[in-house]
Design a protein around this ligand. Structure first.
Ligand code: 13P
Length: 334
């Protein structure tokens, strides 16, 4: 795999008007989503649900890639067609979550560090054979009275950078995701400060580990007040603070930035992305890599009647993809 190939995959991930659907929930996380709509968390239900999402007609119109979980990348449709073939035929790049989850950081109560570097070279080689073109590693930064610590930010940045270097060695584009959580009472300014410090640390670590930025995608959290902050702000304020923060901390050579939805409503996630793009042009395309904000409507419909609502659920996936695709161009209208 050449440098040019990594660059062209990264650019395809953020092609104009396109973004990513994150369907890489671990078995424990999809259980929470299934529990909320009364679906038993069996392997067959997980497979059937992902089949519904991935076989959405014309998914590739507004979706450039989908992030899968280890179990999902090995699965196939009921008719036996591998999901990765369905995706390639639809023009949707297969991505794979490769971290093994955020675990308590010893010595730092309430903080997390993401694990999964041991054996990662071998796992990436296998995922490349299975068809993965990009990967994801999510670090979690928690805002509290005394957090995040510099140690937590640095430990996570170091792991993200080592992961990214291993991905590029395997010919896989790393998506680096340092998620600053929306949980808490912190205001917009605190979210800005923590996000900027996290991004500065991350890009320093990527530089130290010789990661090629031109073959890397940032998955960022928006600069937004905590869910329980009494001082909520307008869409334009979130958009302005997020763009300002990214401009302060993210090198212009990065091919693109995609956002997680992180607990925002579907409409909020779309409106924020749209407002940011209306403030452009920016040094990088700004697009989406939403999980919940792409899937929640579809999950609710599908759970009510998996057979009868199959096509209706797919229509909501297509609609959310279209709306977020328009928001990636700054052309969405409420
Ligand atoms: P949400 O959009 O639901 O936050 O999920 C995106 C994701 O992949 C988090 O790692």
């Amino acid at each position: 795999m050449s440098i040019e190939e990594l660059e062209s995959i990264a650019q395809a991930m953020v092609a104009p008007g396109k973004g990513i659907i994150a369907i890489d929930e671990s078995t424990a996380t999809i259980k929470k989503r299934f529990d909320s709509v009364g679906v038993p968390n069996t392997e067959e239900n997980r497979r059937a649900y992902r089949e519904m999402l991935l076989t959405t007609p014309r998914l590739g119109e507004h979706i450039s890639g989908a992030i899968l979980y280890d179990e999902t990348i090995r699965q196939a449709t009921k008719a036996g067609v591998p999901f990765t073939k369905i995706m390639l035929d639809a023009g949707v790049l297969p991505g794979i979550k490769v971290d093994l989850g955020a675990k308590p950081l010893a010595g730092f109560p309430g903080e997390l560090v993401t694990e999964g570097l041991d054996g990662l070279r071998e796992r990436l080689a296998e995922y490349a054979k299975l068809g993965a073109k990009f990967a994801k590693w999510r670090a979690v930064i928690t805002i509290g009275d005394d957090t995040p610590s510099g140690t937590c930010i640095e430990a996570n940045s170091h792991a993200l950078a080592r992961y990214a270097a291993l991905c590029q060695e395997a010919g896989i584009v790393p998506m680096v995701e340092p998620e600053v959580l929306m949980d808490g009472v912190h205001d917009l300014d605190v979210s800005y400060e923590v996000t900027e410090a996290t991004l500065r640390s991350l890009f320093g670590a990527l530089y130290e580990q010789n990661v090629l930025l031109e073959g890397t995608i940032l998955k960022a959290s928006m600069v937004i007040p905590g869910k329980d902050c009494p001082d909520q702000v307008d869409v334009e304020d979130v958009a302005e603070a997020t763009v300002r923060c990214l401009k302060a901390a993210v090198p212009a050579s990065l091919p693109g930035i995609v956002f997680l939805s992180g607990g925002q409503s579907d409409e909020q996630a779309t409106a924020h992305l749209n407002a940011m793009n209306q403030m452009g042009p920016h040094p990088w395309p700004l697009s989406f890599s939403y999980g919940r904000a792409m899937q929640s409507a579809a999950l609710t419909l599908w759970a009510k009647d998996m057979q009868a609502n199959f096509a209706e659920a797919q229509k909501t996936v297509a609609l959310r993809a279209k709306q977020n695709g328009l928001a990636a161009l700054g052309q969405w209208k409420k």
